[in-house]
Design a binder for this molecule. Structure first.
Ligand code: SF4
Ligand code: SF4
Length: 254
């Protein structure tokens, strides 16, 4: 593929802060189990991300801040919309070159039972060498932690992968595990051999987010996003220290 047709370059030129290419051939079974035949037939993923502004994330530390919650919710939707547009442009560019290309929505739940989309953008980002899967199950980038959102285009274009799966750099940190108000994380480090359920009780998070938040508005949480030192370190910081909730009872992990 010529440099002019480089989808990662195109993505960056239209607003992506991150762009990488993942080789999906080794995770075909996993991809098929999540999304079925329609998404499992692609050997490559173009994964793209947009940073969330630190001012929005840092406001998440104050649960009573209606303004912060409202601004975060609005911008979260704006970023997801931007990502979907970028993915559409990249998919169309690949298609014009004669390749199959399937844009996967940035934020669209496909299965309410497991609370996941048809494809894991985080997995693609991890395989493309853009970050590691943290104990929070978020994709943690070395430069801005988990403070980004992601989208993917699946394709059969013969693109060269931009990296390999990054080893976890969480170390002894348990900040996201400790701060979660519903103890949704088991604290187990990511392992490709374990299902996500071994590390994350997505239903507990979902129930929490369905409760009314400040001023009767839908709840906003994201404390796991806020607290990660790999993001806060860069944010400065001026970020206020959030109260760390210690677990009284840790969830059993499989
Ligand atoms: S968003 Fe909040 S409730 Fe959900 S996992 Fe993160 S810290 Fe826990
Ligand atoms: S808060 Fe700590 S344990 Fe959680 S993802 Fe970030 S570095 Fe890893």
């Amino acid at each position: 593929m010529s440099p002019d047709a480089d989808p990662a370059r195109l993505a960056r030129s239209i607003g992506a802060d991150y762009a990488g290419i993942a080789d999906l051939t080794g995770v075909r079974q996993f991809v098929h189990a999540q999304g079925g035949d329609r998404v499992a037939g692609y050997p490559r993923a173009v994964v793209m991300g947009i940073r969330l502004p630190d001012a929005l994330i840092d406001a998440l530390a104050d649960r009573q801040d209606r303004t912060g919650a409202s601004l975060y919710r609005h911008n979260y939707d704006v970023v997801n919309g931007m990502l979907d547009v970028i993915a559409l442009r990249v998919a169309n560019a690949l298609q014009q070159l004669g390749y199959r290309a399937l844009p996967v929505p940035a934020s669209k739940r496909a299965d309410d039972a497991v609370m996941a989309g048809v494809f894991s953008h985080k997995l693609a980002g991890h395989l493309a060498g853009l970050g590691w899967i943290g104990k929070s199950c978020l994709l943690v980038t070395p430069d801005h932690g988990p403070r980004a959102r992601w989208v993917t285009v699946l394709t059969d274009a013969p693109l060269r992968p931009t990296g390999a799966a990054m080893a976890p750099r969480c170390g002894e940190c348990t900040a996201c595990v400790d701060i979660c108000p519903v103890h949704a994380f088991s604290g187990r480090p990511f392992s490709p051999d374990e299902p996500r359920e071994a590390r994350f009780d997505a239903a507990a998070c979902d129930r929490y987010l369905k409760k009314p938040g400040a001023g009767g508005l839908p709840a906003v949480c994201g404390l796991c996003l806020y607290v990660c030192p790999h993001g806060r370190r860069k944010a400065g910081r001026t970020a206020r220290k959030a109260p760390v909730r210690r677990k009284t009872k840790r969830k059993a992990s499989s």
